[in-house]
Design a protein around this ligand. Sequence first.
Ligand SMILES: CC(=O)N[C@H]1[C@@H](OP(=O)(O)OP(=O)(O)OC[C@H]2O[C@@H](n3ccc(=O)[nH]c3=O)[C@H](O)[C@@H]2O)O[C@H](CO)[C@@H](O)[C@@H]1O[C@H](C)C(=O)N[C@@H](C)C(=O)N[C@H](CCC(=O)O)C(=O)O
Ligand SMILES: Nc1ncnc2c1ncn2[C@@H]1O[C@H](COP(=O)(O)OP(=O)(O)OP(=O)(O)O)[C@@H](O)[C@H]1O
Ligand SMILES: N[C@H](CCC[C@H](N)C(=O)O)C(=O)O
Ligand SMILES: [Mg+2]
Length: 489
Amino acid sequence: MKLSQCLEPLIDYTLSGESDPDIEKLEIDSRKVQSGTLFFCISGTQLDGHQFAEGAEKSGAAAIVAEKPIKVNVPVIYVSDTRRALAVISDYFYGQPSRKLHMIGVTGTNGKTTVTHLVKAIQDHAGLSTGLIGTMGIKYNDKDIPVVNTTPESFLLQKEFRTMLDDGVQSAVMEVSSHALHQGRVRGIDFDIAVFTNLTQDHLDYHETMKDYLYAKSLLFSQLGNTYDRNRLKAAVLNQDDPATETLKHMTAAPVITYGIDSHADLKAENIRITNTGTAFELVIKNNRWPVHMNLIGKFNIYNVLAALSAGYLKKIPVETMIEAVNRVEGVSGRFEAVRGGQNFTVIVDYSHTADSLENALLTIKEFAQGRIITIAGCGGDRDKTKRPVMAQTAVKYSDLAIFTSDNPRTEDPEQIFADMEAGVTGESYKKIVDRKEAIYYAVREARDHDIILIAGKGHETYQILGTDKIDFDDRKVALEAIKERYEA
Ligand SMILES: CC(=O)N[C@H]1[C@@H](OP(=O)(O)OP(=O)(O)OC[C@H]2O[C@@H](n3ccc(=O)[nH]c3=O)[C@H](O)[C@@H]2O)O[C@H](CO)[C@@H](O)[C@@H]1O[C@H](C)C(=O)N[C@@H](C)C(=O)N[C@H](CCC(=O)O)C(=O)O
Ligand SMILES: Nc1ncnc2c1ncn2[C@@H]1O[C@H](COP(=O)(O)OP(=O)(O)OP(=O)(O)O)[C@@H](O)[C@H]1O
Ligand SMILES: N[C@H](CCC[C@H](N)C(=O)O)C(=O)O
Ligand SMILES: [Mg+2]
């Protein structure tokens, strides 16, 4: 596509330079620039992309989009917001693929990965070929592509939507993080359905206040505008039991359907029974009832299932088909995943890395615990510090033995992270073991028959970030090795 064509959807810009080069690729990282690239200078949180403009030119950039003056000999497009221009141009460059896909965006503090997996399971089972984008990567047909961000940058998203369409995918379901909404990574995406899971404390390092955090989340709903195609229904799916839902209702012009357990809602779960092998409940829609017997465990997972069922319901997938699909789902990797090494106690690996999710996981365990609860928990470095004392308090409150350990300390001192956690607890009701492997081995050695060990925080992650190094680390594998060692000893 010619540069001049790329600029067609932009209204407000100034162009410096006369030529009209061919653009073959869009990029924001100078290290990935090749000839024919349109390079966007992003003012980031760590670095200013404008300083890499000359480097990008040397690597063959055909033109550059910038917010402030740069000195290069290729055409420069000056705009007020390069990330916005990136989103608008990417959508156009890839042929507006999201307009041709049934698009579902899922936002909220917890449950996004689980809900998106459930939506994919339901839609695939109903014959609607579905692509998925989120924390666990990009998955469609036989493709499984890893991602750096839960919600990738706009140009990567649009490129994936294009490839999905070309591969026969009909619908895309994606996690939409608050960072992505705030940075406009999803601008230009024509969502059909926007789903809200819940709002509890996280990411206050980035958003600063809960009000700002909610505002970022609400953008998914305020962007759910009027459809360009009148045959396409736009709707918001909201959790009626979450107080933030009232704000979101005000933020969207689209019709709303609600789900819930405790409040009156369009899709409701009643007569709930939770065991350590699964959850049963009755789905109630307009006085009709369907029994659900799923492998997923916990009340929080009922919310996730209700959210996914609501999205399918809007797509008019028969309820029986959806329940069949939900009942078949074995679980999502690293979410309440049992580690089975033939031991006489239970080991659960869970991705709870917020106080709310930790509390939910522990309350769920309490529902069926016969022995003691041993919790291994830590807090990520270079992330929200204010959640640390609350997470520590939660771990201690619901456990017979709480072991604090390192999550991904990143560039922070693990002892400092412990100090932040300890501000939330009193007395000596916990143990500290910096080395995560040692902490897991300790818990496994300490466990008695029928005890339950919860290893929280890292779920599916197969690495640990220490400083800037990424080492191999998988809670599930380490736990299995520890179990093996105990029984061989
Ligand atoms: C805080 C944050 O959102 N950071 C994201 C942001 O990076 P940044 O603004 O810090 O970028 P920067 O390092 O300052 O660099 C500025 C620009 O210079 C460019 N650059 C840099 C070096 C160079 O040699 N050449 C060059 O061109 C960079 O490519 C970039 O365009 O833009 C990058 C490109 O898209 C993201 O990968 C990066 O995510 C980092 C990895 C991250 O940790 N993000 C987290 C906080 C995040 O976004 N998480 C949410 C999920 C959270 C949740 O749901 O729990 C997510 O959606 O992933
Ligand atoms: N609906 C829910 N409400 C509260 N907690 C939940 C809910 N669903 C899942 N959780 C908890 O949160 C953890 C993370 O779940 P999941 O990965 O689905 O969330 P996410 O929103 O995708 O997280 P992230 O922001 O890291 O991408 C789970 O391991 C579980 O402990
Ligand atoms: N998407 C979340 C993941 C946190 C996972 C946890 N293991 C950590 O490293 O804090 C974040 O980036 O905040
Ligand atoms: Mg996720």
